[in-house]
Design a protein around this ligand. Structure first.
Ligand SMILES: Cc1cc2nc3c(=O)[nH]c(=O)nc-3n(C[C@H](O)[C@H](O)[C@H](O)COP(=O)(O)OP(=O)(O)OC[C@H]3O[C@@H](n4cnc5c(N)ncnc54)[C@H](O)[C@@H]3O)c2cc1C
Ligand code: FES
Length: 331
């Protein structure tokens, strides 16, 4: 069985045909990942030794990245012994993901194209997540779509989702035209590795577009319990929408002292606030990038351009984390 080495010295065996991410998880080692279908690039890393085989198309890589030797470890298996230029998530133990039934408790209209859906779990359900993670909702006809959990505390067995309507979307059609209280659904989760790491001595910055604010809300809620020893020096949320109506809640209400910068791309006349892209709004504040950690969530386009601009401006790559709301693989 091929042996996979990581840059921090950890190693695991990989069964032929299993992705590197799955083989690592099987060995109790967590590599960064999200969609596990080669689309979001969260698991992107370089191979410095050995051969790997693509199990699926690596949609999340450009031709230039492929030519430079990048792979997506969620859709690659080891052909020979391999060394990957990536570190695992250390001692983080992911909550076990499972498939559970749930019922819709409430559907609240937040804007003209966003609803908040509250799902109720059975009282006996054993479910725990790390704030920032997502679930896959399995809807009518088995359609499976990913949604970030917008609440940190899931102990009361309620899961909050913020869902934006996508034109012609299969699950959008369900959520916005058919779904009603008490509907029975299933979901699988929690999933992904988009959650807060060590924040001590760092300025914590969130960049969100649209419903990308959902996992940010969960992470902000979790910070209210943070031990001061591990607390960040400051917390700032840059949230982008088209108009002011798109920004449907004020992140500062979660905890006083957090800074919120609304950023509009189609601001109405008279808007005196920030316009344009969220990462440009961050750069305009001349942040101390050596001591800043960025968590970005929302559109793939925002995440790619934010990462490129911030890394070019001096943000260390290890201090940029993201969850891209990429479309699902065709079913
Ligand atoms: C990890 C993760 C977390 C997510 N969390 C959320 C969340 O919290 N809230 C939320 O609203 N969405 C979230 N999404 C996106 C969500 O999973 C669906 O992709 C989205 O709701 C569209 O599903 P649909 O069935 O309505 O459309 P589909 O039937 O899947 O797609 C219809 C058409 O729209 C295109 N399309 C699909 N999604 C998008 C998009 N985002 N932008 C542009 N075009 C698109 C498709 O390519 C297709 O052509 C998340 C995605 C991922 C991967
Ligand atoms: S591309 Fe690998 S986890 Fe999304």
């Amino acid at each position: 069985m091929p042996v996979v080495n990581l840059s921090n010295g950890r190693e695991f065996s990989a069964t032929a045909g299993d992705s590197l991410v799955e083989a690592a998880l099987f060995a109790g080692i967590t590599l960064p990942h999200s969609c596990k279908t080669g689309r979001c690039s969260t698991c992107k890393c370089k191979v410095s030794r050995g051969e790997t085989t693509a199990l699926q198309t690596e949609t999340g890589l450009t031709d230039a990245e492929k030519a430079e030797g990048w792979i997506l470890s969620c859709v690659r298996s080891a052909q020979t012994d391999v060394t990957l230029e990536v570190e695992d998530l250390g001692d983080v133990v992911l909550p076990q993901s499972k498939t559970l039934p749930c019922r819709i408790s409430n559907i609240d209209q937040l804007t003209s194209d966003v609803v908040r859906v509250t799902l109720r779990l059975p009282p006996s359900a054993d479910f725990r997540s790390i704030p920032g993670q997502y679930i896959d909702v399995i809807g009518p006809g088995g359609v499976r779509r990913s949604y970030s959990l917008a609440n940190a505390n899931t102990a009361d067995k309620n899961l909050e989702l913020h869902i934006r309507a996508v034109d012609g979307g299969m699950m959008s059609d369900y959520w916005f035209k058919q779904a009603k209280a008490n509907d029975l659904l299933r979901f699988n989760g929690p999933l992904g590795t988009f959650f807060l790491r060590n924040l001590a001595n760092l300025n914590l910055v969130f960049l969100a577009t649209g419903t990308g604010i959902a996992p940010v809300k969960a992470m902000l809620e979790s910070l209210t319990n943070n031990d001061t020893e591990y607390a960040p020096q400051s917390v700032t949320v840059f949230w982008g929408g088209r108009t002011a109506e798109d920004l449907y809640f004020d992140p500062q209400t979660i905890q006083a002292g957090h800074r919120f910068v609304p950023v509009l791309s189609r601001a109405a006349a008279g808007w005196a606030g920030v316009t344009g892209y969220v990462h440009n709004a961050l750069l305009a504040t001349q942040p101390d990038l050596a001591h800043t950690v960025v968590y970005a969530c929302g559109s793939d386009a925002m995440i790619r351009s934010a990462k490129a601009s911030l890394l070019a401006a001096g943000l260390p790559e290890a201090l940029f984390f993201a969850d891209a709301f990429v479309p699902s693989a065709p079913q």
